[in-house]
Design a binder for this molecule. Structure first.
Ligand code: ZN
Length: 712
């Protein structure tokens, strides 16, 4: 994943000329003794973590927002006629203090937080959101941007500058800058209502999910779980002051324990708890909120001049329109559902062979699929891990693939300050030996680190600001005991390649303007370079270079390699169908016009799935509408398709490499030059097609998921 896609319209690192004194609260404490006061003097302007104290962040963030607002106001108030330089370029230079502070702050709060930093994060989040609004709703500033935008045809701007102008103008318009004062008031009211409803949804869903946990006093009902899992269930009950055992719910429809529970009645009950968690006609029922959210969003879209919410959201995405996203999903449906149906048949055969005497239901799927997996693809993690020693995977796998493709080299630096001793820093040199970037990696799990894995930037590349990129990868891989090797799973290997793909997108950035640099692309594009880079993990030339036994150096036996490859295709019909069903639901809710009546969520959901042909009784959507928090409260509304869209791109791109000789410098250089270095400086669909020679197609994706035989 890529954390914190920055939407601030400014970034970078440049000298701080003025001290802003219109202080409120914490700003008063901001002065030259604060390590963020001036740009970092360390190589590449890296954060001086050896000097930064927890209490330095908040005053610097506050001062940074004040400085940026003041700089923006200065541009808005400029008596000179608006020009591209005195407005657009000037805006790109604003906010340096806020940028360098937030980059260091995000890095440390994500990976090495503490109660002091958590408190700052909670306090500053709404202020940062309001700060953003204050810039976009500055009418004088927008008037200057709009004037330049109207003159764009006669300005003879280079393509990157023209793109900056279009994107900046569009961002203002999409935020409502073009509306009349009366409509702006209406917009503000709608935004508040949406925010209130969305917040109510989150609070209810949290309570509903907690309440809906599966509880039993009968230990036998949990047959199939390990002793440790049963002990954890007893502890979960105890912490809720309940008798017996409790299985708390995960956010998805399917629950991990459904793969293990041998008692069918327990599975059915647990599944029912999950499926109906937010539809129990009690105080935590979310259906009224989502129906209203869909309607409010449709009204807001209409006010902003769009046919529906999805049309508004997709305007700055690679897909551009809901129709394009829907067409793409429609193309996945037949292959996905056909494969899921055939997987379901295999499972039914197993049920019948065991004289089960029932027909497959969603709560049976994982339990029997696990048995099918064991019989067909038995892959023993303990057998595999000795071939994946972390440092070896990093240097002889991840770095090696990048060296073979792009010619870049890596040298560890021990002289730069880090926020925690496990963090390592590498200087990355370009083909000609010149410094290209710094790469930080922080792979081991810690209790004060967010879950999952991600990439971020300490310094974003910009020619305008004379900055080179400083990027980082963070993960949660198990830390070995002192002196022991870090042996990881193949999933973890894939994670390392994935995050490094984001890192390459950041490190190869070669753009003028910071706001369009590196990973500052679109949600349906940003996972493309990362998922693309995952492909090299299993590419024979790379795999054989890193997958070596940590003790003997022996290559992994061929049958084990074959098992890893085969296991990648397991259950893909189910997995793709549940994803497409969720993505279709999202898009159906968000293509409702403002004139549509308030929907009944259950009836709407059923109709939507039937209409899109993804209604399989044994394969429910990955999230039901009433607990689909991505789309109602996490910023992914009309955006869930983006995961699948990026997958189409990465598989289609890898197919191009396979067609052109695979892991070669020529292929790598072309990809770097035409895609990885370009950031958001070009229309993303055009950028892709120019590199690929045609628009992306879904066939390679269906092939890599094992849903069709060949891409050709
Ligand atoms: Zn990612």
């Amino acid at each position: 994943m890529l954390k914190h896609i920055t939407v601030l319209i400014s970034s970078g690192a440049i000298a701080l000329g003025t001290i802003y004194t219109h202080a409120v609260g914490a700003e008063a404490k901001f002065g030259p003794s604060n390590p963020f006061y001036a740009p970092s003097t360390l190589p590449f302007h890296v954060p001086p973590y050896d000097k930064i104290k927890d209490e330095d962040y908040q005053p610097a963030i506050e001062a940074g927002m004040a400085e940026e607002l003041s700089e923006m106001q200065g541009i808005a108030d400029n008596p000179a006629a608006p020009t591209f330089d005195n407005t657009l370029v000037a805006m790109e230079r604003t906010g340096q203090l806020l940028q360098r502070t937030m980059a260091a702050f995000r890095g440390v709060t994500g990976a090495n937080t503490n109660p002091v930093l958590q408190k700052v994060r909670t306090e500053e989040a709404p202020r940062l959101a309001a700060h953003q609004d204050a810039i976009y709703l500055n009418a004088k500033l927008f008037a200057r941007v709009a004037t330049i935008y109207q003159q764009r045809a006669s300005l003879k701007l280079d393509p990157e500058s023209l793109r900056l102008l279009e994107i900046t103008y569009d961002s203002f318009v999409r935020a409502g800058a073009n509306l009349s004062e009366a409509d702006k008031t209406e917009l503000k009211k709608l935004n508040e209502e949406i925010s209130t409803r969305s917040n109510a949804f989150s609070i209810k869903l949290l309570a509903a999910t907690k309440d809906a946990a599966f509880a039993t006093t009968d230990r036998n009902a949990l047959a199939g779980l390990s002793d440790a899992q049963i002990a954890a269930a007893a502890q979960a009950a105890q912490s809720r002051k309940q008798e017996g055992y409790v299985l708390p719910l995960q956010n998805t429809t399917q629950q991990p324990d459904l793969g293990l529970l041998g008692v069918r009645a327990s599975r059915e009950a647990l599944f029912g708890k999950s499926w109906n968690r937010a539809e129990r006609s009690d105080a935590n029922d979310t259906r009224d909120d989502i129906a209203h959210l869909a309607q409010l969003r449709a009204r807001r879209a209409q006010l902003l001049g769009y046919a529906n919410h999805a049309a508004w959201k997709l305007g700055d995405q690679m897909a551009k329109t809901p129709e394009a996203a829907l067409k793409f999903m429609d193309a996945l449906v037949p292959g996905a559902t056909a494969k899921a149906t055939s997987e379901g048949k295999d499972i039914q055969d197993l049920i019948d062979a065991q004289k089960g005497g029932f027909s497959l239901q969603p709560w049976d799927w994982d339990f029997y699929a696990q048995q099918v997996r064991k019989a067909k693809y038995d892959l023993n993690e303990a057998e595999v891990k000795p071939y994946f020693e972390l440092n070896n995977v990093l240097e002889n796998g991840v770095f090696y693939a990048a060296n073979q493709l792009y010619g870049i080299t890596f040298k560890e630096r021990k002289d730069l300050p880090v926020y925690q001793p496990d963090v390592r820093v590498f200087e990355v040199s370009d083909v000609d030996g010149k410094p290209l970037a710094l790469f930080y990696c922080d792979y081991f799990k810690r209790d004060n680190k967010d879950g999952g894995a991600w990439m971020g930037s300490f310094v974003r590349q910009s020619k305008l600001l004379s900055t080179l990129p400083v990027v980082y990868n963070v993960a949660n891989l198990p830390k070995p005991a002192a002196g022991e090797p870090a042996l990881i799973s193949f999933t973890d290997v894939t994670t390392m390649f994935h995050e490094f793909g984001h890192a390459l997108n950041g490190m190869f950035a070669n753009t003028e303007y910071p706001s369009m640099s590196g990973t500052a692309t679109a949600r349906d594009f940003v996972e493309f370079p990362s998922q693309f880079n995952e492909h090299w993990a299993l590419s024979p030339a790379v795999f054989s270079h890193y997958a070596k036994h940590y003790k003997t150096g022996a290559a992994m036996p061929a049958d084990l390699v074959a098992k890893i490859k085969k296991a990648e295709n397991f259950n893909q019909g189910y997995k793709l169908t549940e994803l497409v069903a969720a993505a279709e639901l999202d898009m159906q809710w968000h293509t409702l016009p403002a004139s549509a009546p308030l929907q009944q969520p259950d009836a709407f959901e059923k109709q939507a799935l039937e209409k899109m042909n993804v209604q399989l009784d044994a394969v429910p959507p990955r999230y039901r509408s009433s607990y689909f928090s991505h789309i109602w409260s996490s910023g992914y509304s009309a955006g869930y398709y983006a995961y699948l869209w990026s997958e189409m791109l990465d598989d289609d791109a890898y197919a191009w490499f396979e067609e052109h000789g695979g892991l070669t410098r020529a292929n790598g250089d072309r990809f770097r030059q035409m895609v990885l270095s370009r950031g958001n400086t070009e229309d993303l669909a055009k950028m892709y097609a120019a590199w690929r020679g045609k628009d992306p197609s879904v066939e390679p994706m269906m092939k890599y998921r094992g849903l069709i035989e060949s891409a050709h």
